[in-house]
Design a protein around this ligand. Sequence first.
Ligand SMILES: [Zn+2]
Length: 197
Amino acid sequence: MSSLLEQLIDALRVLPGVGQKSAQRMAYHLLERQREGGLRLAGALEAAMSHVRDCERCRDFSETPVCAICASASRDTQLLCVVESPADRLAIEQATDYRGLYFVLHGRLSPLDGIGPSELGLDGLAERLAAGEARELIIATNPTVEGEATAHYLAQLARRHGVRPSRPAHGLPLGGELEYVDRGTLSHAFGSRSEVV
Ligand SMILES: [Zn+2]
């Protein structure tokens, strides 16, 4: 059994971009100078991991069964925007004046990794489209190879249910993650989206 210090260092390595060296530095920093902050971090982690779930409607993070956006009466429920991650959803919400609903994939189609339509919740999305819940499906997957393949699949799905598929305009950096695109570019690309052909 490893020591508590070793366990802490090991646990910190779950964070993205944190290797052994950084994890050691963080652990020593917390123990030497930030005991109070460390406890606050532990509490926040515990609470978030226990209580943040996926919204039943859009799969975005939510503490309630249905998130605030899906439950809002002031959104345009006929507009549905598909994004790969909750971070992309947040970026669009902060950078644009979009006031429709969202659908979060938590990934992208990647057959080699065993990620197909059902892993992304697309059966649920298809049901909503079949029920006539949207007139336009805005496909805001990332401009990567897998993101484009996912967009192609989503466009076909939309058409099958008589829903207009659209894409934010070009200008987004190729291979760039949506959440890192600057606000102006994202807002412009989103505002001048066009139908997928
Ligand atoms: Zn929701």
